[in-house]
Design a protein around this ligand. Structure first.
Ligand code: GLU
Length: 321
């Protein structure tokens, strides 16, 4: 199978091309490090490297370890935001959470006290994401989690998505920083309710297992949401505006304090996670899923970002031309 994408290099998208990109960028992973904040993630195989592309015409291209499951980590923040918007309203969610990019690390606590009227900066850094998760509705915390999982299952079309309990427990046992953030958020009134339960929900959403293939499928769904008033997932009509909102945050805030550089170099909405995953969306064209666990100092997957940069360059995918 092959696909010619309209682009300046007239490059053809094939599995072979993706294999070449993996080979070209493999060495970047060697200068990265596995995360230590969640001990179970430090056990990951640093040599894993996979990529999947799913086009809006439903063709798929894969290379490397594209079928290896890994925990979704921060990529889940995108779905928690979608669920929070569905359960509340745009006004409600963004009265307590900001919309601005951050210059700080993903789990920074520093600006909470000093900046922005005591609200977290945006829904894709940990402080904002924990607040976002606290907005999810349900009759109890199991129900809240199941509703979020169902939404992910529906968008990924993969009913087998489930929690990696080793990673979940590992994060739960070592999450002093996220606990500090969450208690601080309650102290400033940015979250209400049972802090420990909210954190457990957050750790569980981060521990859902996906593959590059799942992420590329999800990305293709997100690539196709324009031109509709609403789209139906897990029995709910979701305004297409909410999809636009989550993709906009991916573009401006998806790579933490490296989002600006990534926008210049790659130019497409994306969200990284500390297990080495990246979900990327080329609106109207394709979804991309990547796995490469070694991270740079800003907690982004080194080789995965380089691969995306090559892909964007060779296929001319940047939204800003
Ligand atoms: N569960 C991780 C944390 O909150 C997610 C961070 C990430 O993937 O960047 O620390």
């Amino acid at each position: 199978m092959e696909k010619t994408i309209n682009n300046v290099h007239n490059k053809t998208l094939t599995n072979k091309f993706l294999n070449e990109l993996i080979e070209k960028n493999f060495n970047w992973a060697k200068i990265g490090n596995l995360p230590t904040s969640i001990p179970a993630l430090a056990e990951q195989d640093p040599n894993l490297f996979g990529v999947s592309i799913h086009t809006v015409e439903d063709e798929s291209f894969n290379a490397g370890d594209y079928d290896t499951p890994f925990t979704i980590q921060s990529i889940s923040k995108v779905f928690a935001l979608l669920q929070a918007l569905i359960d509340n309203s745009e006004e409600k969610v963004f009265s307590d959470i900001g919309m601005e990019p951050t210059g700080d690390l993903f789990d920074s606590i520093s600006k909470l006290e000093s900046f922005n009227n005591l609200t977290p900066l945006n829904p894709l850094v940990n402080a904002g994401a924990i607040a976002t998760t606290s907005f999810i509705h349900g009759k109890d915390y199991d129900d809240k989690f199941n509703r979020l999982k169902e939404l992910m299952i529906s968008i990924s079309n993969n009913p087998t998505i489930s929690v990696d309990y080793d990673v979940y427990r590992s994060e739960k046992e070592t999450a002093d920083k996220n606990r500090s953030i969450a208690y601080f958020l309650r102290n400033i009134g940015a979250i209400k309710g049972d802090v420990d339960k909210i954190l457990e929900l957050y750790f569980k959403q981060c521990s859902l297992k996906v593959t590059c293939k799942d992420l590329s499928y999800i990305g293709a769904v997100l690539a196709r949401t324009s031109g509709f008033n609403s789209l139906s997932f897990s029995g709910v009509e979701i305004p297409s505006r909410y999809f636009r909102i989550i993709k906009t945050f991916m573009f401006t805030c998806g790579l933490y304090n490296e989002s600006g550089k990534f926008a210049v170099r790659v130019g497409i909405p994306a969200k990284s996670g500390i297990s080495g995953g990246i979900l990327a969306v080329v609106p109207g064209k394709m979804g991309i899923g990547i796995l490469s666990p070694p991270l740079n100092k800003k907690s982004n997957p080194l080789a995965g970002m380089r691969l995306l940069e090559d892909l964007s360059d060779r296929l001319n995918l940047s939204l800003i031309q």
